[in-house]
Design a protein. Structure first.
Length: 565
RNA sequence: CGGGGCGUAGCUCAGUAUGGUUAGAGUACCUGGUUUGGGACCAGGGGGUCGAAGGUUCGAACCCUUUCGCCCCGACCA
């Protein structure tokens, strides 16, 4: 490619809306341009990077016999009604009607469609397993798109689906996909962590997320400082906490506690560690049809994890509750507790199982009970706690700490979540009809573009990794009017092109500094500077990843460049 | 969806409080010249329905109403 022909409108200033490094540099360097909220055009450089990432994914998929397909973007809404996901997806699902008044959606993910092309055609266990995937534009009408390609409404995702005759085989494929995704991210040159995750609305028995580590990541993950354990805080677990302070030696009794509403106040008043105080958190849980208030009970030293709270009662959403709403139910804000409540759903954190000598609200203004033991029989326990930094690892003696991650992949063990409602069955060895066991594997291709830059940039611009760079070499002619420079650079360009190397030559009639700044903003891994010291037979290689320019004799240049590969 | 902010040249923004020549700057772009190792300089030039609609007024980028778009915080987000 010739720079003089390249459409890459670079700018000195970033669009005012860009906040993250990836958004700023991808815009400034002319990779993308925004069309509307959450919608982006990919300019030539952006499209090249997208294809580079896709190529790596395609190669790795081929290695494990996954086959690429392409499903229609516009999908009949019937499929979504059949799976029951229309409501679950809500407004994210962009719906519309065609001229004949038939309902359609723009595909935000393709479980339904993929099951549809398999069911009725795959009818025997002999045809399984099967792993099909596509790399395609998805559309989710996000309530709040942001951060450029990081959270766009229209985005490119690789979505894969596997079909199996048994859970064992699904597990095998799941592990294989995890290993394959790991290899893809390694090849892309990313630092990442595979963590346990909440399965969310997609359902299924287990899931893992691939997190590219970056401070700008939207997800908080808890990682162990000793072992491999890592999990999204939505799903992270910890070692059973211990409290060194003694339990308050108080017999069961109702105590007058005027105006003592906070855990802190109570802790001081009773000289008891907050570990021994029951924290009551009221939330409104929203279900498909209705909503209700649920009371969650935790140790005073813990915080409620809202995703866990939602999962504990199988709700869709969680919302805050006002004091008025609580009073209407006969509850007393500040003095709530588990005792003597009827017709309210109560969920206890697992760490309260068998707890003794606890302090809790009496559901009466200015009163608390002390010396309360948790009756384990009738109570419903669930893990509700958000792990904190410094908590012990559940797997080893290590400590957990937080880090931020960009979710670039999510793999799920679906089981029969979709094959059952959509009727994807096969005949097993005994001629018996079985539902297919499925896995699903997503990878955000366009988000990966942003993730690479979030992790690899400096004050000058993008620093593409070897496998993601739009061009590997940039031949910069310092003075285009110098015939020797021009001739040598053109010769080198022809030679590298002939070798199939991805190379661009900066043949623009611009000054050195201008071209160098563009090269650094765009972020080519290597810029070869053909300049004034060509007269002494010297050219320079300027690697983008560090500021050291390497001087090379021109006769040795080609060999050096090929060594870099 | 709640709270806040912003829409003026391709881009970044000034001008709006207190209405009044032909609406400005920087940058980008075009022409000519000089320059050629870090976004260089000189001269000349093109580019705007001031987001849209309606209203007030002799007169609106500016005041009023409505509306659309974009961004931020939160809620939300496989």
């Amino acid at each position: 490619m010739r720079f003089s022909r390249l459409y890459a409108p670079t700018t000195k200033e970033a669009p005012k809306d860009a906040l993250l490094a990836s958004h700023i540099y991808l815009s400034r360097a002319g990779f993308i341009s925004q069309v509307a909220s959450g919608l982006y055009n990919y300019l030539p450089l952006g499209k090249r990077v997208l294809k580079k990432i896709e190529a790596v994914i395609n190669e790795e998929m081929a290695n494990i016999y996954a086959q690429e397909v392409e499903l229609s973007f516009v999908t009949p809404i019937e499929f979504w009604e059949e799976s029951g996901r229309v409501n679950k997806f809500g407004k994210e699902l962009l719906r519309f009607k065609d001229r004949k008044d038939n309902g359609f959606v723009l595909g935000p993910t393709h479980e339904e469609m993929m099951v549809n092309i398999v069911r009725g055609r795959v009818t025997s266990y002999k045809q399984l397993p099967l792993n099909l995937y596509q790399i395609k534009t998805k559309f989710r009408d996000e309530a709040r798109p942001r951060f450029g390609l990081m959270r766009a409404r229209e985005f490119v995702m690789k979505d894969g689906y596997s079909f199996h005759a048994s859970y064992e085989d699904m597990d095998r494929e799941f592990d294989l996909m995890e290993a394959t995704y790991k290899r893809i991210l390694e090849r892309l040159g990313l630092e990442f962590r595979i963590v346990e995750a909440d399965s969310g609305a997609i359902g299924g028995s287990g899931s893992k997320e691939l997190m590219v580590l970056a401070d700008s990541g939207e997800d908080t993950i808890a990682v162990c400082d000793t072992c491999e354990y890592g999990a999204n805080v939505e799903a992270a677990v910890r070692a059973e906490p211990r409290c060194d302070a003694p339990a308050p030696a108080l017999a069961y009794e109702k105590i007058h506690t005027p105006e003592l509403k906070s855990i802190n106040d109570l802790s001081t008043f009773f000289k008891a560690d907050s570990y021994y105080i029951v924290k009551t958190v009221a939330k409104r849980l929203i279900f498909e049809e209705d909503s209700k208030i649920v009371l969650y009970f935790l140790r005073g030293s813990d915080e409620l994890q809202e995703v866990k709270a939602v999962n504990a009662v199988n709700a869709l959403e969680i919302a805050d509750v006002s004091d008025e709403e609580l009073r209407e139910l006969g509850l007393v804000p500040g003095f709530m507790g588990p005792m003597g409540l009827e017709n309210i759903t109560l969920v206890f954190d697992a760490s309260l199982k068998g707890a003794k000598s606890m302090i809790c609200g009496a559901n009466e203004k200015d009163f608390h009970y002390v010396g309360v033991d948790m009756e384990t029989e009738q109570l419903e326990f669930s893990d509700l706690v958000q792990v904190q930094e410094g908590d012990g690892c559940a797997r080893c003696a290590g400590k957990l700490s937080y880090t931020k991650g960009i979710e670039v992949g999510h793999i799920f063990k679906l089981g029969t979540t979709y094959s059952k409602p959509l009727g994807a069955t096969f005949l097993d060895e005994n001629g018996k009809s079985q539902e297919m066991v499925m896995g699903t594997y997503g990878m955000g291709v366009s988000r990966l573009i942003a993730a690479v830059i979030e992790q690899h940039n400096d004050e000058k611009g993008c620093i593409w990794t070897e496998t993601t760079a739009p061009y590997r070499f940039n031949i910069l002619i310092s003075n285009i009017k110098d015939e020797e420079q021009l001739a040598y650079a053109e010769e080198l360009y022809a030679e590298l092109s002939a070798r199939g190397v991805e190379v661009i030559i900066d043949d623009r009639k611009e000054r050195f500094g201008f071209k160098m700044n563009d090269a650094e903003l765009i972020g080519f891994p290597y810029t070869i500077i053909v300049g004034k010291n060509l007269a002494e037979g010297i050219v320079q290689i300027a690697p983008r990843s560090n500021s050291e320019k390497i001087e090379v004799k021109k006769d040795e240049l080609l060999a050096r460049l090929m060594e870099l590969k």
